[in-house]
Design a protein around this ligand. Sequence first.
Ligand code: AMP
Ligand code: GLY
Length: 421
Amino acid sequence: MNILLIGSGGREHALAWKIAQSPLLTRLVCAPGNPGIAEVCETRAITVTDVEGLVALAQEIGADLVVVGPESSLEVGIADQLAEVGIPCFGATAAAAQLETSKAFTKQFADRHGLPTAGYGVFEDAALAKAYLNQFDAPYVIKADGLAAGKGVVIAQSRAEADDAIDDMLGGRFGQAGARVVIEEFMTGEEASLFALSDGQTAMLIGAAQDHKRAFDGDQGPNTGGMGTYSPTPVLTDALVEEARVRMIVPTVAGMAEEGMPYRGVLYAGLMLTPTGPRLVEYNARFGDPECQVLMLRLKSDLVPLLLAAATGQLPTVKIPEWHNEAAICVVLAAKGYPEAPQNGSVIVGAGQDFGEGVKVFHAGTVLGGGALKAAGGRVLNVCARGATLEEARERAYAAVDKIDWPGGFHRRDIGWRALA
Ligand code: AMP
Ligand code: GLY
């Protein structure tokens, strides 16, 4: 098979690494890729939102499957355009990707299909939004409706901060993405991410992971795209997974089909494990980053038949995935200043060495310049490891982290603490 993979982060490096191991593969091309991905397969400098360029590339290489990493490609209709030319796409249409690209859509969908989630209101008017807050106590949850590069959610500790967030969003801080705000009831509990493949009609679970959203140790500092992950997640018991599958995943896939927007690709459910059971925080229409990295490390089965079956409506014909009976961990190395203002261009030494058993380093935001590997993004490297236990995986990962010489970066030392506590 010829496969085109779209994206340039650690998630896509992990996908490329796993896809490249498939005996079904003839040729893998990644657009635009990164220096780590370029060690695995061919790369082409086409950006993830250049739908025309990507479709042309898929045709040029005779792609039997296109695998979409980021939501931004879905939002601009890559799956829709590939359908026009008859190329199977692992990734949702723009309409189906609204489960990620519009929080208001998802909340209203959740209402229509009875998915357990926080109570909410959707507003275009600041005065009405603020009046709606009267029924809640702090903390207040204010969200921009659309994609806002991970910055569109404010958990406000005071009413003044909540009012400011509303003014800020409706005042145009995120452009069209903030033309509507969603205000939600605050939920408490531990968070976990559950992943399912869907082929438009049926769903198949593809693992779970826990992320660490705050920048610094002890869950301090600003929210980020994710500073590290681990899998499996002891807190998400089999019973909770089954509850989430039956009460969220299955009705979501059925509901999207019923509403004429069959969902194909990976459905990422952000869960809050509340005292009254799992509730939906949000859906994403893609693999999590860096959740994907630990899932790929643990997945024993060939990924390609799973992706192809999801893309072509054939999920019931593939075998349920098998997993390595080991734990996996991912430690994100980020550029100093991330998330607000990551400093680019610092030199990284030693990322390519042999780190020993079970360790894998994925590139997330790197460039090659003047023969050196340099930081080119907020999250720069993903140091991942597998081990018999989470403790062992963690030891291996941090031993590798300590061998990388990068004064321009920082990372958390406590990835996995919830499961190890
Ligand atoms: P989201 O982008 O919707 O996942 O929100 C980012 C983060 O904000 C989540 O991972 C939660 O930690 C937090 N959050 C979002 N919605 C709620 C809510 N209704 N109650 C409590 N925390 C929330
Ligand atoms: N790691 C969180 C996300 O991918 O959205």
